[in-house]
Design a protein around this ligand. Structure first.
Ligand code: PGA
Length: 247
């Protein structure tokens, strides 16, 4: 069975002062039946590892190359060296702000896997694409284009995040989430076979809050959540993790 995963994406938020909350999460969810992953800004990775050694950490992006003349970028190996065991790739904010396309995301995911990091690959449609009836087509294309051939349940997680639900307080209906997640599961099984296709975890992301987490976690093929805004405060993230532990 797939282990549940609650992943927090701090985005470009947080300084050392925010690390205090990590020990509270460890205390509340130390022996959790769900996995936890915190993705702070890369500047905080090593200090987060010191502050909460038992909480798995992730980066929010990496370069596709292992080293070289790429000012401002970080390699997957650097993230690992700083304490990360995973990296978010292809988040819609990267796709929008930095023009990242599926092929680039896949190259980064390959680099992450080579470095021994778990790739958390994000996909999701815009509102325009949903209203045009293209949600499954877009999600399917992004899934196949962004996911490396070497993906397994151990090294890859897919996060379905409708762009219009991120940071907006808008959430798809449970039926809409189920439709996409069931479709993505079938696509993974078709490409990777039943064992691997059923082992890769599918997270939902986009305005997950304490008030809607339990119902979202009850949806078929939802193996957890990628949480942005609500992961910044322990008082919000902790009940989301608790809802997942009980799912
Ligand atoms: P949100 O962000 O929870 O603030 O909507 C989710 C994400 O971007 O991963």
């Amino acid at each position: 069975m797939r282990r549940k995963l609650a992943a927090g994406n701090w985005k470009m938020n947080g300084t050392a002062a925010n690390l205090a909350g990590l020990s509270a999460l460890t205390e509340a969810h130390g022996n959790a039946s769900a996995d936890l992953l915190i993705c702070p800004p890369a500047t905080l990775l090593s200090r987060a590892a010191d502050a909460a050694p038992t909480i798995p950490l992730g980066g929010q992006d990496c370069h596709a190359n292992t080293a070289g003349a790429h000012t401002g970028d970080l390699s997957a190996a650097m993230l690992k060296d700083a304490g990360a065991s995973a990296v978010i790739l292809g988040h819609s904010e990267r796709r929008t702000d930095h023009g990242e396309q599926d092929a680039a995301v896949r190259a980064k995911a390959d680099a992450a896997l080579d470095a021994g990091l778990t790739a958390v690959i994000c996909i999701g449609e815009t509102l325009e694409q949903r209203e045009a009836g293209d949600t499954l087509k877009v999600a399917g294309n992004q899934l196949s284009g962004s996911t490396p051939d070497g993906a397994t349940g151990a090294n890859t997680v897919v996060a379905y995040e409708p762009v219009w639900a991120i940071g907006t307080g808008k959430v798809p209906t449970l039926d809409q989430i189920a439709e996409v997640h069931n479709f993505l599961r079938a696509e993974l099984v078709a490409r990777f076979g039943a064992v691997t296709g059923n082992a890769i975890r599918l997270l939902y992301g986009g305005s997950v809050k304490p008030g809607n987490a339990a119902e979202i976690f009850a949806v078929s093929n939802v193996d957890g959540a990628l949480v942005g805004g609500a992961s910044l405060k322990v008082a919000d993230f902790s009940p989301i993790i608790a809802a997942l532990e009980q799912a």
